[in-house]
Write a protein that binds this ligand. Structure first.
Ligand SMILES: [Zn+2]
Length: 336
């Protein structure tokens, strides 16, 4: 699965894709698609015919993980305080490539209270060529974009809002009411954000900011701003999880005794941010993000909650086990 670039031209492409992975950008005209695709793609990412949706029941709520595809980048981006040798060893022990960490895009469809709700919109093509599959995967469930009533975004990074804009510049989900956290809307959309905390070149930061504004623009006039902690509809509550961005929320879905906790981007991949507690490089306020991570992981572990990670290996469901000085990710068993 690992991609070992034999030529310096390819090394340069890998470096560029590293930056693209961090910055969440479709690269500009100076970078050719074939080189990018080759560098960003560890072998063929999709095996034809495998399921890209996963349905399960939460009390009265029918929940379905609907994949929007894959993004990713150099592992060090997602484990900013890891030593190079330690990180390589952890990845090898998990039978993962050491030069590229694949991240999933696990959008959750909830059918509850007569509404169809998406938690996150997905990346579309804003973070490389392997996102944007949600439309085909909704179609496989017999659903069209106009069947979606509500979309709730945890934070406004491009991989969470990229699908909102249709190719013609209009609303990709024409009937949906879109909810976004107020603090993120103020920071990324209403203002010119200072993104100097991101470990990427200035040019990429600029385009990162532009990708957000461009993606949400069709909904700018109708956006519903929420404060982390608000209930969106009965059975769907947002939880304060700031740090990664100013307004990031995580989600709690509940019906009767059944609960599901979504961790948004508190962690990118269980191997580097749960089993090993390395700090994601894109966290804006790393101390606050760390406090959010511990508070929410502690709750998930104490209440033995079912957890869904937006970027965890598909379908992204499992539980948090609290160990003496760390957590362990325990994937849920597949339900037929
Ligand atoms: Zn993300």
């Amino acid at each position: 699965m690992s991609f070992h670039p034999p030529l310096s031209r390819h090394r340069r492409a890998v470096m560029l894709s590293a930056v693209a992975g961090a910055a969440g950008l479709a690269l500009g005209p100076g970078f050719t698609r074939p080189a990018l695709a080759q560098a960003a793609t560890p072998a063929a990412p999709f095996a034809a015919g495998n399921a890209a949706t996963y349905r399960f029941q939460l009390g009265d709520i029918t929940a379905t993980v609907v994949s929007d595809g894959l993004i990713g980048g150099p592992p060090a981006i997602y484990a900013s305080d890891a030593g190079e040798l330690e990180l390589g060893e952890a990845l090898r022990q998990a039978f993962l490539p050491t030069d590229h960490l694949t991240l999933n895009l696990n959008v959750l469809l909830l059918e509850m209270g007569g509404r169809r709700i998406l938690l996150e919109a997905g990346a579309g093509q804003t973070m490389g060529p392997h996102g944007g599959r949600i439309f085909a995967n909704l179609a496989a469930l017999g659903l069209r974009p106009e069947d979606i009533d509500v979309i709730v975004i945890s934070h406004t990074h491009p991989d969470h809002v990229g699908n909102l804009r249709a190719a013609d510049g209009g609303k990709a989900f024409p009937r949906a009411t879109v909810f976004a956290p107020r603090a993120d809307w103020d920071f990324f959309v209403q203002n010119e954000p200072d993104l100097s905390y991101m470990p990427v070149p200035e040019d990429f930061r600029r385009r990162f900011g532009a990708a957000i504004k461009r993606s949400v623009e069709p909904y700018a006039a109708s956006i519903e701003r929420y404060d982390a902690g608000d209930e969106i509809v009965p059975g769907l509550t947002t939880l304060i999880a700031a740090g990664h961005t100013p307004g990031m929320a995580t989600f709690l879905v509940h019906s009767g005794d059944a609960q599901l906790l979504l961790t948004a981007d508190l962690a990118y991949h269980p191997v580097v941010n749960i089993d090993n507690a390395w700090i994601p490089g894109p966290d804006r306020d790393k101390e606050t993000a760390q406090a959010s991570r511990e508070r929410i992981f502690d709750r998930a572990a104490a209440e033995r909650m079912l957890v869904l990670g937006f970027h965890y290996p598909f379908p992204g469901l499992g539980r948090m086990l609290k160990l003496d000085h760390a957590y362990a990710w325990v994937p849920a068993y597949w339900q037929f």
